[in-house]
Design a protein around this ligand. Structure first.
Ligand SMILES: [Zn+2]
Length: 257
């Protein structure tokens, strides 16, 4: 693994952590250029920051030391735990985002991310299920890093999770009300804030069924594929205590045959 050259550009938008690092959050900048994004992340008036920014050419900037709390997550929640700036490291991937011409993350940018993230998860013992997207922990407000972010690629080197059920493109039938309830319980168990279920489902699909958002016909009708993926992830990587016994999920899936 090659050494990464780090450009230090300290941001004033920091304070002390109230907790230990146990989560890594991936963002996109959602601005027209990397320079503009770094400017904003260092602007005291903006009151936002991140630990790192990776440009599309792979250049890596450190704005906040990992020991300090950066202000990247905002109002956020995972597995019932709020205030995730306390326990997380934030990486901003430069990309115009959905507002300014969302595009693929270039190979050199992904390589830089992989090298950086491997060091971070090792230093802080962060398990792969706690490497998350901003939209996972703030589904009501955020869309980043979005459906073009290559989670399977990170999963192949142990930097994220990718469930078996997500490899099957078949959406399956629409869920009935029992199925939607089971899906909801599984999503809560995984860690999602489901207060706005439609937005939570979209965030879940950005993460685990990205093709469903790239096909150009987005919808919010829960299907069997959503449930199968959620059930697998909830069983293997629960962030929250299951709110219903797992047997209920099993009963439901047997009904479907
Ligand atoms: Zn973000």
């Amino acid at each position: 693994m090659t050494e990464l050259a780090i450009l230090d550009r300290p941001s004033p938008n920091i304070d002390a952590r109230d907790g230990t690092v146990d989560m890594l959050v991936i963002h996109y900048t959602g601005m027209t250029s990397g320079a503009a994004a770094i400017e904003r992340l260092c602007d005291p008036e903006a009151r936002v920051s991140a630990h790192y920014v990776i440009e599309e050419n792979g250049a890596l900037h450190r704005l906040v030391r990992e020991e300090d709390r950066a202000w990247h997550a905002g109002v956020s929640e995972w597995g019932g735990r709020p205030l995730l700036n306390d326990c997380s490291i934030g990486i901003e991937m430069v990309n115009p985002g959905h507002e300014w011409g969302y595009r693929d993350f270039p190979e050199v940018q992904m390589q830089a991310l992989e090298t950086l993230a491997q060091g971070i998860v090792k230093r802080w013992s962060i398990p792969p299920e706690r490497v998350l997207g901003h939209s996972d922990i703030a589904p009501r407000r955020k869309d980043d890093p979005g459906e073009r972010f290559d989670w399977p690629r990170l999963a192949r080197i142990g930097l994220a999770i990718w469930p078996e059920a997500a490899n099957d493109p078949e959406p399956g039938r629409f869920l009935d009300i029992e199925g939607v309830m089971a899906l909801t319980r599984a999503m809560v168990t995984i860690g999602y804030d489901i207060e706005d279920f439609g937005k939570a489902l979209t965030a879940f699909r950005r993460r685990f069924r990205p093709d469903s958002l790239r096909s150009g016909s987005p919808d919010n009708v829960p299907v069997m594929r959503d449930f199968l993926i959620a059930r697998e992830v909830a069983a293997r990587y629960p962030a929250a205590t299951p709110i219903q016994p797992g047997v209920i999920l099993d009963e439901f899936i047997q009904e479907d045959g």
